[in-house]
Design a protein around this ligand. Structure first.
Ligand code: ADP
Length: 165
């Protein structure tokens, strides 16, 4: 019996992609047919990396997984979900501290479109302390981020901060 292709959207700023994000992407890629890592333009967050840079880093780090691709959006997530005919949104939950915001976001998205389901995935415990913000701070201060980000991201961070100093 044939069944429909299951597509999920994993949205975020990914400024930049970390091993925590990658862990969630890999888990989603095992469960679903197609995973779109949707980079939010996040202009109001004043990102370190441009939208294009963030997407290229996602592409480079997920090149080995054929059912993962990057995308980007600047409007409402629920509209992007409809546009891509996706079945659900994936979000990562690191700790209880993520819960309140994520819960609010999921329910708001459901208010905007009741068909949009949000699925939460937990990363490997070693990644629960990881955030893009901390990784940027460590890299800016000259610390080694090799254990926290894929190699392409480490290179990109070093280049960014070398240019700034
Ligand atoms: P946003 O700006 O939307 O919070 P992020 O790029 O920081 O975007 O995160 C995107 C999603 O990935 C969010 O659901 C966030 O909770 C999750 N996430 C971020 N870091 C990790 C991590 N280390 N492990 C698991 N999930 C994570």
């Amino acid at each position: 019996m044939s069944r429909a292709i299951r597509t999920v959207i994993y949205p975020g700023s990914f400024d930049p992609l970390t091993n925590g994000h990658l862990d969630v992407i890999q888990r989603a890629a095992r469960l679903f047919d197609r995973v779109i890592v949707a980079v939010a333009s996040s202009a109001d967050k004043n990102p370190l990396f441009s939208l294009d840079e963030r997407r290229k880093l996602v592409d480079a780090a997920t090149v080995a997984w054929p059912n993962v691709e990057s995308g980007d959006f600047s409007g409402l997530l629920v509209e992007y979900v409809r546009e891509m005919s996706a079945d659900a949104v994936i979000r990562g939950l690191r700790a209880v501290s993520d819960f309140e915001f994520e819960f609010q976001l999921a329910l708001m998205n459901r208010k905007l479109d009741e068909r949009v389901e949000t699925i939460f995935m937990m990363p490997k415990d070693t990644y629960t302390f990881l955030s893009s913000r901390l990784v940027k701070e460590i890299a800016q201060l000259g610390g080694d981020v090799s254990a926290f980000v894929p190699p392409e991201v480490k290179v990109a961070l070093n280049e960014k901060f070398a240019l700034q100093s």
